[in-house]
Write a protein of this length. Structure first.
Length: 185
């Protein structure tokens, strides 16, 4: 079993859904969490985490943390020597995600409301950045927050990009088409 599959067992999706939607936790579909946002489709989350490949001890930025599910999965993957910075633009979702992680006793996560800023530059650089909503174009502000040797996984329109930062001016990008996400607001 992969470490990502272990994370899915340790951090069950049902604990990150609204009570009225918990009976849908096993469905492989996005589930609404309010404010036009969703708890993403599990197969897509799994694939993004495999591409992201977070390691024990990594400092990870979770952009569009929503219900806190990806935050909890990431915390499991980086372990007690890592840190997850979860950012969300919608204050009510910041509180929802934070409360969900607290109830699951998930340590080493910090939640922030970002307003109109992309990411969380005050704590950069990050080893890994996961974005859980689709941007129209690649936000350069997020690339600037990635450390050299780091990786970002981000939906752009209907594709997911996996970008490795080689040096300050050089990136290696792989594109995986055929995905649908809520917009990055």
């Amino acid at each position: 079993m992969s470490k990502v599959d272990e994370a899915f067992k340790a951090v069950p999706r049902i604990n990150f859904l609204r009570p009225k939607n918990r009976d849908q936790h096993e469905l492989d579909v996005p589930i609404p969490i309010g404010y036009g946002q969703t708890n993403s489709q599990p197969s897509t989350v799994r694939q993004m985490l495999l591409w992201l490949d977070p390691q024990a001890g990594d400092k990870v930025l979770d952009v569009g943390s929503g219900s806190g599910w990806t935050t909890g999965l990431l915390a499991y993957l980086v372990g007690p020597t890592g840190t997850i910075y979860a950012v969300e633009k919608i204050l009510e979702l910041v509180k929802f995600g934070e409360e969900n992680c607290k109830q699951m006793s998930i340590p080493y996560v910090r939640f922030f409301e970002t307003g109109d800023a992309y990411g969380l530059p005050d704590f950069a650089p990050y080893d890994r950045i996961l974005v859980s909503a689709a941007a129209i174009k690649l936000p350069t502000a997020l690339l600037e927050q990635l450390k050299i040797g780091g990786r970002i996984v981000i939906p752009i329109k209907n594709s997911i990009l996996v970008i490795d930062k080689i040096n300050e001016d050089s990136y290696e990008t792989r594109e995986y088409p055929g995905f649908v996400f809520v917009p990055l607001v």
